[in-house]
Design a protein around this ligand. Structure first.
Ligand SMILES: NC(=O)c1ccc[n+]([C@@H]2O[C@H](COP(=O)([O-])OP(=O)(O)OC[C@H]3O[C@@H](n4cnc5c(N)ncnc54)[C@H](OP(=O)(O)O)[C@@H]3O)[C@@H](O)[C@H]2O)c1
Length: 468
């Protein structure tokens, strides 16, 4: 997925990637003819270029001309070809009755071109437009990063009470990586569009939809069925990015109830970071009762912890951050962290954090580490303090000292992201305080695999986004 077009062409020419047609002429070295309407491309190397010509009526040709930009954009996004010329009809205008059915995108910088094939036969463009696929990333035919595939899907239609959303950005959560690797739910049905988090614009609505209108900027909520109150078992089965298809798709149809309006001051990329990580930080800390003057321990500098840092600062609380990196600790200080501890250099960081609070311990811990960090978090928390169990970055089965909880009246609370009501409350605060998420890096859709690899490498500070 992340290969350059040249590499892709090399593979096509070597017969490793099936495609519609490959041929050479005096102008370009090779064309990859991607047929967006046929998932099973076949490799043909015709010598007779006349074989590509089909008779189309003026009307059909015009209709084809209208969909060209969309076809071209789809291929450009799929392949990463940025700077291009589009040759229609072998240089002849699209309105001519005799239409060359291949449109070639030729990078200005090189001799390698891409063509977009139109299916042979009498398929009317209007019908083809209906079938025209939008691009999505799927986990297919097995788990693992090697099983991430860019696929073309027919446009979903918004059903009654649904909205069709043109997703412009998605963001990664550690859960999405686990999902791709098959470690979150090995029984998850495939193919699956990964990523719980995404933001974009409503482009159409189904019958009876009234909460949102075309043109509204929206984010999907993590658990589509969880509107307010406590979670239930059924709501937990409505999470995007598994078991339901997620947001790494250009077009998604979601229930209108499963959407929130995007805070106006945020870009789509920024908004795409909110549904899981920010809502989790909000429902733990703010809804958990954090007050000005209290202290909170945040583990690492990933998505949840940096949102929690921003919310702690907004709340007037004192945040202590741990990290594997002094440089990241410094960046956390610039965001308002009162102190930092390098957990690689200080294995007994729980005692160190306690020391930083004058020996009392912190009021709250946002536990994203799991098995490997919980014993130290218990060291760091004060008598009567709270630990929010959020993540399992270092494993999910821990041996814990029950007296360390029971004899010290520590409250340990599991967290599952949050409801739509929590998301909306977070958005009000974000708008009021012009809160802007910390984005580490953003990748184009065709480099989705590289985005997941970036997360797996753990070098990020804050959120990783994907543009669609
Ligand atoms: N329960 C829920 O509702 C919920 C919601 C969101 C996330 N989560 C879970 O929370 C965890 C964090 O998610 P995320 O999306 O924020 O992940 P993330 O963005 O990938 O953050 C990971 C960061 O955590 C730090 N880290 C990694 N291993 C660590 C360890 N052993 N000890 C301390 N810090 C460690 C690293 O920070 P440094 O590089 O600074 O060391 C790393 O960059 C995941 O397990 C995720 O599944 C749960």
């Amino acid at each position: 997925m992340s290969e350059s077009p040249a590499t892709v062409f090399d593979q096509i020419l070597a017969g490793k990637i099936p495609c519609h047609r490959v041929y050479e002429d005096e102008h370009v070295l090779a064309f990859l003819d991607v047929n967006p309407l046929a998932p099973g491309h076949t490799l043909v190397i015709p010598k007779e270029r006349k074989a590509h010509l089909h008779e189309l009526s003026d009307e059909s040709a015009a209709a084809l001309g209208r969909v060209l930009p969309r076809l071209c954009r789809a291929v450009i996004r799929a392949t990463g070809v940025g700077d291009y010329n589009v040759l229609q009809n072998n240089g002849r205008p699209a309105s001519q009755a005799v239409m060359h059915v291949h449109f070639h995108i030729i990078p200005k910088s090189g001799r390698t071109g891409l063509g977009i094939g139109w299916p042979a036969g009498n398929l009317e463009p209007a019908a083809a437009v209906e079938m025209l696929a939008r691009i999505a990333v799927e986990i297919r035919d097995g788990f693992g990063l090697d099983h991430l595939a860019l696929v073309e899907r027919p446009d979903p239609r918004p059903g009654p009470g649904q909205a069709l959303v043109r997703v412009r950005a998605a963001s990664l959560n550690y859960r999405d990586l686990l999902m791709v690797e098959g470690r979150y739910n090995p029984r998850q049905k495939l193919p699956l569009v990964p990523c719980s988090d995404g933001a974009g614009e409503v482009v159409a609505v189904g019958e009876g939809t009234s909460r949102v209108r075309p043109g509204d900027r929206v984010c999907g909520i993590f658990a589509q069925g969880w509107i307010a109150g406590e979670p239930t078992r059924d709501m937990a089965r409505t999470t995007l990015g598994g078991p339901l298809d997620g947001m790494l798709a250009e077009l998604v149809a979601l229930r209108e109830e499963g959407l929130v309006k995007t805070p106006e001051h945020l870009t789509d990329e920024e908004a795409a970071t909110l549904p899981c990580a920010a809502v989790t930080a909000w429902s733990s800390l703010v809804e958990g009762g954090l007050k000005a003057g209290e202290s909170v321990l945040l583990l690492g500098t990933g998505g949840v912890s940096l949102f929690a840092l921003q919310l702690a600062v907004l709340s007037g609380a004192r945040a202590i951050v741990t990290s594997s990196s002094d440089e990241k600790l410094e960046r956390a200080r610039l965001l308002g962290a009162a102190a930092g501890v390098n957990y690689r250099q200080v294995p007994e960081w729980g005692a160190k954090v306690k020391e930083l609070t004058g020996g009392a311990g912190v009021d709250y811990v946002l536990e994203v580490g799991g098995a490997g960090t919980l014993p130290q978090s218990l060291q760091a928390v004060r008598v009567g303090g709270r630990i929010y169990l959020i993540g399992v970055l270092s494993g999910n089965a821990a041996e814990i000292s029950i007296p360390a909880i029971q004899m010290r009246s520590v409250r340990v609370q599991g967290v599952l992201v949050g409801s739509r009501a929590s998301f909306e409350a977070l958005n009000r605060a974000a708008e009021l305080h012009r809160l802007r998420p910390v984005i580490d890096r953003s990748f184009p859709l065709h480099e989705a695999r590289a985005a997941f690899e970036h997360m797996a490498a753990g070098r990020h500070f804050g959120k990783i986004c994907i543009r669609l």
